[in-house]
Design a protein around this ligand. Structure first.
Ligand code: UTP
Length: 623
């Protein structure tokens, strides 16, 4: 209540006010504590009398009335500047939105500095090696507080299997990838390094308990519990109209409806947690931010971190090639007539008009590479810790907000549903000084970006040629990436076939899956696979272990190899069996578990060969 209370000390709570109080509130004032009366007065001052309109007479619903004020007090303390500041900013931003004001007016876009990588070439391999060396000085931050409304999955997104061949969920995959980096990085260090890479997960009320439970019931997937920190973001009040009147919860009108404030909260939370200084004192240099459902990301992390280190980027945005006008934000340098500059994500619907208005009559167009020179932002960021701390000391981690109301009609006078202020993690560079080194790393989407954001129905409506970003495409992207990486490493991997699942046409590659520690970098994969390896399209290859060397393999079916920590397995095998078949399922068929039916297929494990090598020692799989 800190902020409101301060403002209220200036107010006079007299009988006149009681007489003029909104009816629902006036008759109930004696139900409330003196602090709550003060809060009520401020709500009225801020044009929020409607909150009390439906209040029952004293004696009825009194507990709910008090609970509402407990909530108001929480909303007040958890927002920098308090609820009054939130409502004031909301009114300003809503007025700008109604007027159609472009936040980038006066800025001219140009292409910033960056590195465009080709997976697997010499340059890429060098960046990967540097990145692995640097990894022991990095902390990872997963933003996982989002509601996932577009996906509509009932559980938390990080608990979804990234792919159903191994059934590994996103959180397990992320943790195993960080642990693999930790081990590889320490092996390269000459000082007997025993670093434990810190891992922070930002949660919200929607995801916190279930994220903690997922970790605890799985032994933190092999990570030390002390390595993992959960930071919970608070929600902000929803707004019902252009006057920023607080929206009441449709299920309970003694409650203010709240929604997440956006992933931009991560900066203020990290700052106030004190973790950044602890990391700095421990010699850490990088903070890597990533999102909840991108099963490809860790294939791009080592090289991107290498780019940060070699190019000395304070901010490195991971990006993918982007066709001009494609519906994905572009990374651009914006220069204002008054000298201000920033390198920032500009939404596609703002970039094209901005270019046209600043001397580029054709707007956003492809260059000789066939892509827009403004790469597509995928919202994974690598920040240099020292400069990050310096910046947050100035801003406290507050990120410039925006509002995105869905209006009922062109008059823009009412909303289809309530809105709220939001802030985005990638807007962090907006306040940086011109001396900041802000750049990007571009990598092909097949190796870096396949998020699971859309439900089957919406994904099926995505215009042809655009990514579905569904559970179906997210899983298929992993098989495609692993198949292409094996090919680049010299193996013969059959072409995919096209199939339709949940109304989405996808390429189905052989289902090749490995543990992160088996193929952390391209060099690792190349070392572990020889050119005498061939995999047919209908095949499944599951490598559960680290030291598995594929010397000769002809696979037409399903093969699972499990190798324990100290087992070194050499494969010389010809395997043919009926394999694992993908069987269509309808996403509306509720007899199928939700995490399966949202993909549109399930795996029928008809026949496979499974070999397990537990003990220490060298083994040969010869079939
Ligand atoms: P998304 O854009 O996928 O949003 O967030 P979302 O809220 O999860 O899903 P929709 O829009 O409701 O469908 C990108 C990342 O930011 C996290 C998400 O968990 C995801 O990793 N996020 C989003 C937060 O951590 N907090 C938020 O308030 C919003």
């Amino acid at each position: 209540m800190a902020y409101l209370a301060k403002s209220l000390s200036k107010l006079d709570v007299g009988e006149d006010w009681v007489a003029s109080a909104p009816p629902g509130l006036g008759k109930n004032l004696f139900v409330l504590s003196p602090d709550q009366v003060e809060l009520a007065k401020l709500l009225v001052e801020m044009g929020q009398s409607h909150v009390f309109e439906h209040w029952a007479d004293p004696g009825a619903d009194d507990d709910q009335k008090k609970a509402l004020f407990e909530q108001v007090a929480r909303l007040d303390t958890s927002y920098p500047g308090g609820l009054a500041s939130y409502i004031k900013t909301a009114r300003e931003l809503l007025a700008d939105s109604k007027a159609g004001k472009n936040p980038f007016d006066g800025f001219t876009p140009s292409v910033p500095n960056g590195e465009v990588l080709t997976f697997g070439d010499e340059n890429f391999i060098n960046f990967e090696e540097t990145g692995v060396r640097e990894a022991r000085k990095a902390a990872f931050v997963l933003v996982a507080g989002g509601l996932g409304e577009r996906l509509g999955y009932n559980g938390i997104k990080v608990a979804l299997p990234a792919e159903t061949t191994s059934g590994t969920c996103f959180l397990q995959h992320y943790i195993e990838s960080i642990l693999a980096l930790q081990e590889a990085s320490c092996t390269l260090a000459e000082d007997g390094c025993a670093t434990q890479i810190p891992f922070v997960i930002m949660t919200s009320d929607d995801t916190h308990a279930r994220t903690l439970q997922l970790l605890e019931s799985n032994g933190y997937f092999g990570m030390q519990p002390s390595q993992v920190k959960l930071l919970k973001q608070e929600k902000v009040a929803c707004l019902a109209d252009n006057d920023a009147r607080l929206a009441l919860d449709p299920q309970d009108n003694y409650k203010i409806q709240t929604k997440p404030h956006g992933h931009g909260d991560v900066h203020a939370l990290l700052y106030s947690s004190g973790l950044l200084n602890l990391w700095h004192d421990a010699g850490m240099k990088w903070v890597i931010f990533f999102q909840d459902t991108n099963g490809l990301l860790f294939k791009a992390i080592p090289a991107s971190l290498g780019v940060s280190a070699i190019r000395q980027f304070h901010v490195n945005s991971l990006a993918v090639p982007r066709k001009a006008k494609e519906a994905i934000g572009g990374i651009a340098k914006l220069t204002h007539a008054d000298g201000r500059t920033m390198v920032i994500n500009v939404e596609y619907n703002q970039l094209d008009p901005l270019l046209r208005a600043t001397g580029y009559p054709d707007g956003d167009v492809n260059d000789e590479t066939g892509f827009s020179p403004f790469p597509g932002n995928i919202n994974q960021l690598i920040l240099e810790l020292g400069t990050y701390i310096e910046e947050l000391k100035k801003t406290g981690g507050a990120i410039k907000e925006f509002v995105n109301p869905k209006y009922k009609d062109a008059s823009k006078t009412s909303f289809k549903s309530s809105t709220r202020l939001e802030c985005m993690m990638q807007d962090y560079p907006k306040t940086l000084p011109p001396t900041a080194r802000v750049g990007f790393t571009v990598m092909d989407a097949w190796v870096a970006y396949a998020p699971v954001k859309n439900n089957p129905e919406d994904a099926a409506k995505v215009p042809k040629g655009n990514p579905y970003h569904s559970a179906t495409s997210g899983e298929m992207a992993i098989y495609q990436a692993n198949s292409l990486i094996l090919r680049k490493a010299g193996a013969q991997v059959d072409d995919p076939v096209t199939q339709v699942f949940n109304g989405q046409e996808v390429e189905v590659w052989p289902r090749i899956v490995w543990k992160p520690k088996w193929g952390l970098t391209f060099s690792d994969v190349r070392r572990n696979v020889s050119s005498s390896c061939s995999v047919s399209q209908k095949s499944t290859l599951l490598l559960n272990g680290c030291d598995i060397f594929i010397e000769e393999l002809s696979l037409d079916g399903a093969l699972i190899i499990n190798a324990g920590e100290d087992a070194e397995v050499t494969v010389k095998a010809r395997v043919e069996n009926k394999g694992w078949i993908l069987e269509s399922v309808d996403y509306k068929d509720t007899s199928v578990p939700e995490e399966i039916r949202i993909r549109g297929f399930r795996i029928d494990k008809v026949e496979h060969l499974e070999k397990t090598f537990d003990g220490p020692g060298k083994f040969c799989l010869e079939v």
